[in-house]
Design a binder for this molecule. Structure first.
Ligand code: PHE
Length: 457
């Protein structure tokens, strides 16, 4: 039972829920979801996204947490031990490896983008953005991206805070941070949505997000929705297995997974409802891409009364959301190192963080010095992609979905029904059978179709 773990445990159910929701809710919800919705056709994308969550991502989330709790170790060793316990090949630990490597690679660029959020937070509260206009907003964002030193410093500050929290351990670090930041995040988001509903063009924003135009559903929209679902739920990155290993026995995993999924989706939708009404009120473009919240929103903040406070709160929300995700990206790596080296946690957190910062410099440089450097440019698919774009593409569109597919196959076909129903404490027939069907058949087929489309692109 729980005693086998070298890591310690969450103090209880709430701590795990805050940590897992904190990992899921991040830049993916507040930065990526609104702009992808904007560029992928609004309501049609939202509909497909929700279908992907329910049919593909949620079943895999349940499996990944269960594998972690059964194994009681870091992702790599939990996959290995669970496979061994089922009389299967130890090579399944490769799935854990894939996750840990994906988490490391993700952390290298996640922290750079979180650095933009910190820089915008600082600028907003210092009043530097109050006089911004259509003609200066984009150049301002471009100037930040063009300055490798500034980017590297913010990236370093963000990574430093991440390391500081992880170094303090599960209960002393991660748990304390999330139990403070998550409620704060919900409060700020609630306030922002109410503000937007009262002062923004709420009807236009709402329509944009929920009116479904079926003609907009294309193969690309489906690919974007699957990728976003995996990214947003932090799936297949070893995190949910790692956090699951710290989970007390008496917690019902399926119920927890449903709540995590609903909270994550709720935050993404609310972020959209906070952002789009302002975008429409000010006659700005909803499909402006990754710059949506950095270029477009500050214009709305500059235009409104109390914009400094509103904008400050918005970027603070973004930083909190990013931090509760970045600590979850560092933890699977530290957890693995903890099992293999006798070093102190703090030293390993520092080492891994420093490594991720250093590798992240390639992302920093991708926006300026190495902007024109396309290392895989000889392949048609990767033409014009910078190192950052290649890393993001490899992790989000390949490693996470492949990892998810392998988890579905492993849990669906290689772990016995008995083990699963015991671990999940799920004995009532129908729902359990539906879950297994989704895991064994629906999710793998959906993912394989997506890969096929990606390759034949
Ligand atoms: N889920 C996080 C977000 O939405 C990103 C993330 C992906 C974090 C994978 C950890 C692992 O921002």
């Amino acid at each position: 039972m729980a005693g086998a773990s070298v890591h310690g445990h969450w103090s209880g159910r709430m701590a795990f829920m805050f940590a897992a929701i904190g990992s899921a809710v991040g830049l993916g919800n507040i930065w990526r979801f609104p702009y992808v919705t904007g560029t992928s056709g609004g309501g049609a994308f939202v509909l497909i996204y929700i279908a992907c969550l329910a049919l593909v991502a949620l079943p895999i989330l349940i499996a990944e947490i269960a594998i972690g709790r059964k194994g009681q170790k870091s992702a790599v060793n939990s996959f290995r031990d669970v496979a061994k316990g089922e009389g299967r090949s130890e090579s399944w630990r490769f799935v854990g490896w894939l996750g840990v490597i994906a988490a490391f690679m993700l952390l290298t660029f996640y922290s750079v983008i979180a650095g933009w959020a910190m820089s915008y937070f600082a600028d907003t509260v210092m009043g530097n953005l109050t006089a911004i206009s259509e003609s200066t907003s984009k150049p301002r964002f471009d100037a930040l991206l063009a300055d490798p030193v500034r980017l590297a410093i913010w990236h370093g500050i963000f990574m430093g805070i991440t390391v500081f929290i992880v170094a303090r351990g599960i209960q002393g670090g991660l748990e304390k941070a999330v139990t403070f930041m998550m409620p704060a995040l919900f409060a700020i988001l609630g306030f922002l949505v109410i503000y937007s509903a009262i002062y923004g063009d709420f009807v236009a924003g709402f329509k944009f997000m929920f009116a479904v135009d079926f003609s907009k559903i294309t193969g690309d929209v489906v690919i974007a929705a699957v990728g976003q679902a995996f990214f947003s739920l932090s799936l297949a990155s070893g995190i949910m297995a790692t956090y699951g290993a710290y989970l007390p026995r008496d917690i019902n995993i399926p119920r927890a997974a449903v709540i995590i999924t609903i909270a994550d989706t709720g935050v993404a939708l609310l972020a959209g409802l906070a952002i789009f009404p302002l975008v429409f009120l000010h006659g700005l473009a909803p499909a402006s891409g990754p710059g949506l919240i950095f270029v477009t929103l500050p214009l709305a903040f500059a235009d409104m009364t109390g914009g400094m406070i509103f904008g400050g709160l918005f970027f603070l929300l973004l930083v909190f959301a990013a931090l509760t995700s970045s600590i979850s990206l560092l933890e699977p790596i530290v957890s693995y190192l903890e099992e293999h080296h006798g070093w102190r946690r703090s030293r390993m957190a520092m080492l891994a963080g420093a490594g991720a910062w250093a590798v992240g410099l390639t992302t920093v440089l991708s926006f300026n010095v190495l902007k024109g450097f396309n290392p895989l440019g000889m392949f048609a698919q990767f033409e014009g992609k910078t190192i950052f774009e290649l890393t993001d593409y490899t992790v989000s569109n390949i490693m996470l979905p492949v990892g998810g597919l392998l988890i579905a196959i492993f849990a669906g076909w290689f772990i016995s029904k008995k083990t699963l129903s015991e671990e999940l404490d799920w004995h009532d027939g129908v729902l359990f059978e539906i879950w297994r069907l989704l895991l064994r058949v629906v999710a793998p087929i959906a993912l394989i179709v997506v890969f096929y489309n990606l390759i034949s692109g």
